[in-house]
Design a protein around this ligand. Structure first.
Ligand SMILES: [Zn+2]
Length: 359
């Protein structure tokens, strides 16, 4: 089917060493391997867990293991013809569906259902992977229900999602749920340094900025982050000096950041601000043991730290966390006003009573 070709570029980075190489998901991986060993792998699985912790990669490796011509079915060699075709997204019996670009259309689901009506072409087992399954609107989920209930013979369906609660209860109840955990920051750092061979400082920074998520740490654009960091620092400095600068600072935050929606972008700039204030707290509290997130900026933080005291930074962090909540509680705020309000509160903390007397 054509969908497989369209989405091949979206496949997660294939890993050569099989399921055993999945980092930080031992419980989920062993549960899968035990089920395969006992020939009791459910026909429909729901991989639930945060973004970027390996759900889609595990689904792909499961597909490889079940079809591996060398060491399957409880693990994959990563090298045989079957494993290699699956990694490249060209195996006829492994179907990958993902949002195109934001939702999974009912047409994609109908196309899928008709394509899996036949026996597997060349593999031992057909595997259907629906990534970001929560992106299926209700109608698409409903269209999929009957297939989930009685999948065609020799077919395993995996729904991967960071938001299982967005799936209809009828969909959830037809799948066996497997939980994926956040991955520890140190585990992410080690993986980036040892397996992906990134330089030590880069691995540390990527892990620090993407707690719990190998996928997020790998995908992050560090150059864009550097630019955003400068913008956010400037906005915080403007807010510290008060006056009309706050309006300009809120403008600049509203026009930057990551994410699909304006609300997500605003929240992302405040999260970068949280990293900045945490670093400022480390230097003002002289907590030598606590590492800096952005340690390359140490000199700038130390210089800034001469202007403000620890209590002021704690108050500013509190105001900033309240600000982040304004964007993440589900109520859509007026973005500019919410950013201005947050910056005024941060500025009040940093520029007010907490200001150090020049000595
Ligand atoms: Zn293989």
């Amino acid at each position: 089917m054509s969908a497989a070709k369209d989405i091949a570029t979206e496949l997660p980075r294939p890993i050569g060493n099989g399921l055993e190489a999945i980092v930080g998901q031992r419980v989920a991986v062993q549960a899968l391997q035990r089920a395969i060993e006992r020939d009791r792998l459910p026909h429909a699985l729901l991989f639930a867990g945060p973004q970027g912790v390996g759900k889609a990669t595990t689904a792909l490796l499961l597909a490889q293991a079940l079809n591996c011509q060398s060491i399957g079915p409880t693990d994959a060699c990563g090298e045989c013809i079957s494993c290699s075709k699956i990694a490249r997204g060209i195996h006829p019996d492994v179907v990958w569906i993902a949002p195109a670009p934001r939702i999974i259309r009912i047409g994609q689901i109908r196309e899928l259902i008709s394509a899996i009506g036949y026996r597997p072409h060349e593999g031992k087992r057909r595997v259907v992977i629906v990534d970001d399954a929560h992106a299926m609107p209700g109608a698409a989920q409903n269209a999929f229900l009957k297939t989930l209930e009685e999948p065609p013979a020799s077919t395993t369906i995996v729904l991967a999602t960071a938001a299982p609660g967005s799936l209809l209860p009828t969909v959830q109840s037809r799948c066996q749920t497997l939980r994926f955990s956040p991955v520890g920051q140190e585990t992410v750092r080690q993986y980036l340094e040892q397996q992906m061979q990134l330089p030590g400082e880069e691995a540390r920074l990527r892990a620090a900025l993407n707690p719990g998520s190998i996928g997020g740490a790998l995908a992050m654009d560090l150059e864009a982050y550097g630019t955003l960091l400068e913008t956010v620092v400037e906005a915080l400095r403007l807010s510290q000096h008060g006056g009309g600068g706050v309006v300009a600072a809120a403008d600049s935050l509203a026009n930057n950041g990551y994410g699909e929606t304006a609300t997500q972008r605003a929240a992302s700039t405040l999260r970068v601000g949280r990293d900045v204030l945490r670093d400022l707290l480390v230097v003002t509290s002289e907590a030598e043991g606590a590492g800096l997130v952005n340690s390359a900026q140490r000199d700038a933080w130390v210089a800034w730290g001469r202007e403000v005291n620890e209590d002021a930074v704690i108050d500013a962090l509190r105001a900033l966390n309240v600000g982040i909540e304004r964007f993440t509680t589900g109520i859509q705020p007026n973005i500019k006003m919410a950013l201005e309000q947050t910056l005024i509160e941060i500025g009040g903390a940093l520029g007010g009573a907490g200001q150090r007397v020049a000595s």
